[in-house]
Design a protein around this ligand. Structure first.
Ligand code: GLU
Ligand code: MG
Length: 458
């Protein structure tokens, strides 16, 4: 099976080599996202792409226990200087990098030197969960929405590229060339740009892109971020995907939107459940909602995440759901009348971009599947800001405050049989070790120091 995948990718690399060279592309950036949420890269000249597709590029397995501050920890299976993995490029996903002339990019899977998938491979985990869903005849369409902070940076200071008004045309006129170049670069790469706007916080902007299959959406998330970094650099800017760029301001969300499809039927519309959800879609969302306290350790995976995940910031700090409720961690979106068959989807708002998008995709599916297996129903809908409810009302509606620290979140994660089974022990233990390592690394740091330490890492 793996051998077939590899030989198809090698064949594709061979086809691409000529056309890439003709387009003036000289080198390919090969990425993977590690358990700290950092995107790692190794690069090869185009002439070596075919060989890389066949035999991979070496990487120490210690990077699966790499921390955000560049320290390393260890797990039962991983740690120390010995060993090698192969980063195997998925040449079918190769794209030119429009903001880095002469460069292309491709995501990679992690293999062992024996040609087996490495059990920590986050991208393979997302693919495996997608297959589990497919066994039930269901396909997920997923999109990562990106909010980020842009600044001009000199040796001393970061000066935000705008200071509001939030969502304003005035801001757009100040950042017009940057925004146009970004949209153009993404479209040139084949990314389905749907919308761009100046966001609420100082220096903050947002882009949304079209939904795809889960692995494709996570790949696109990596590509979009690399393109944002590239366009930013060409304008003398730096972009931050950290959960909080400026302490005390609204943070950067990494919301995900997903819908579930059986052939051409959207399971979030035309059903008998809440707001037209079908039974299976409701069970899936109920599974996600139930697992959220553990899921935030995956989707809001840094110490800094919990400076963002606070009430009244539209970050979704409460495990509850509501139609178009922007304070609920799970916001149900029906879309405009006339478009509901295609538009209805679920947004998970509590996640941010310090997380690994492949793990987020896989973990959401695992939680949803567990809801489907038990045919779970949703608790009552929350139609107000859950942070304004009394504790009695919260209890009646089943509203829970999500973890207030990474430590609290990882305690929930460690108790999650659903996520442990889905990820497998090697990946699960390494992921938990990284969270514990980061909790320890920042234990005596002030919020300012935490923000500072995470600002330019993702
Ligand atoms: N910036 C908010 C967050 O931290 C989200 C704002 C919005 O709903 O667009 O998630
Ligand atoms: Mg937003």
């Amino acid at each position: 099976m793996q051998a077939d995948v590899v030989s198809a990718r090698v064949e594709r690399a061979r086809e691409l080599t000529k056309s890439l060279t003709k387009q003036g592309i000289r080198a390919v950036a090969l990425t993977n996202v590690d358990n700290s949420g950092i995107t790692l890269v190794k690069t090869v000249p185009v002439s070596r792409l075919e060989r890389a597709a066949q035999f991979g590029i070496g990487l120490s397995p210690i990077f699966d226990v790499h921390l955000v501050n560049d320290d390393f920890t260890s797990s039962a299976d991983l740690g120390g200087p010995v060993g090698d993995l192969r980063l195997m490029p998925d040449t079918f996903m190769l794209r030119p990098l429009a903001a880095q002339p002469g460069w292309a990019w491709a995501p990679t899977d992690q293999y062992t030197q024996e040609g087996e998938v490495f059990p920590c491979c986050q991208r393979t985990f997302a693919g495996r969960m997608t297959e589990r869903l497919a066994e039930r005849g269901i396909a997920m369409r997923l999109a990562f929405e990106l909010e980020w902070f842009v600044a001009t940076v000199d040796a001393k200071d970061a000066t935000p590229i705008h200071r509001g008004p939030a969502y304003s045309a005035a801001v757009l006129s100040e950042i017009s060339d940057f925004a146009r170049d970004l949209i153009a670069a993404l479209e040139e790469e084949g990314v389905g740009v749907e919308q761009f706007h100046p966001e609420y916080a100082t220096g903050q902007v947002e882009i949304s892109v079209a939904p795809q299959d889960p692995v494709g959406a996570a790949d696109t998330n990596v590509l979009v971020r690399q393109t944002i970094r590239g366009v930013s650099a060409r304008h003398g800017y730096k972009s931050s995907f950290a959960p909080v760029a400026i302490l005390g301001e609204v943070g950067n969300g990494g919301h995900i939107h997903f819908s579930l499809w059986e052939d051409t039927r959207n399971l979030f519309a035309g059903g008998k459940g809440p707001h037209g959800m079908t039974d299976r879609a409701e069970a899936f969302v109920a599974g996600v909602l139930e697992e959220l306290p553990a899921l935030v350790a995956v989707g809001s995976s840094s110490v800094a995440s919990y400076l963002r995940l606070v009430p009244h910031h539209w970050a979704g700090a409460f495990a509850c759901w509501g139609r178009e409720n922007r304070e609920a961690a799970v916001r149900f979106v029906t879309g405009m009348v006339g478009t509901r068959d295609t538009a209805a989807n679920t947004e998970v708002k509590c996640f941010d971009e310090s997380s690994n998008p492949y793990l987020v995709a896989g973990a959401i599916i695992a939680a949803g599947l567990s809801g489907m297996e038990r045919n779970l129903r949703l608790p009552p809908e929350v139609t107000v800001d859950p942070g304004t409810l009394s504790s009695e009302e919260q209890e009646r509606l089943g509203v829970r405050r999500l973890p207030e620290s990474l430590e609290e979140a990882v305690n929930h994660l460690e108790k999650s049989d659903v996520l442990r089974e889905a990820m497998g022990d090697v990946l699960f233990n390494a992921f938990v070790a990284v969270r514990r390592g980061e909790v320890a690394a920042f234990a005596d740091k002030t919020p300012e120091e935490v923000v500072e330490a995470h600002r330019w890492r993702y």
